[in-house]
Design a protein around this ligand. Sequence first.
Ligand code: ZN
Length: 199
Amino acid sequence: MRISVDHKKLEPFSKNHVTFYLKYSSFVFKALKKPSFQKFLRWMLKKEKIDEHSVSAVQVKVLPFRRANGNIVAGKCNTARGRIRIYPKTMQFCQIFKQKFGLSTLLAYAGNRARAALIHELLHLKYAEDEKTVRELAKDYFCVFTQKQCTQNARSLFIYKMIFNAKISGKKSPPNGSNHQSTKPQLNETCLRASGVFK
Ligand SMILES: [Zn+2]
């Protein structure tokens, strides 16, 4: 895993932007590198029978990627090459978010969004174009990871909703080895890749 920066592309940006995006990417890099998360990913790959070696590269991109429709993409996966890219939110988004919810919530959101994106893209290695399955499993796995990490408090629930753009009904408990879902998020069609209250 590495931070991937195209210095040419940074040129048109102001010093403020460049500093912001470099900081963001190194924060995300650390979040993804965390031993507890790496351990979780290895467990997930094993459970899904995805060969670790089919992942050739994970790149943390410094600049956001915007689709033609204007949506900001969280991650991309080249399944043929096993190459995964994780993208940041825009600086503008982060500024608004920070004003509304504070820095610590922003950091928790940015780290978890990147984790969710990596989970999602890794699942694409197995489920390829089956976006629906990938989204559902990614949510389950993300819940497994976060519930191990922190107690379900208002903030983690809020972040979950932000990331998956989902409404949750009923009681939450981690999925238990099977496809059984006790969490039934009412999915709206947009998800991680076009997530967010703010675009
Ligand atoms: Zn996808």
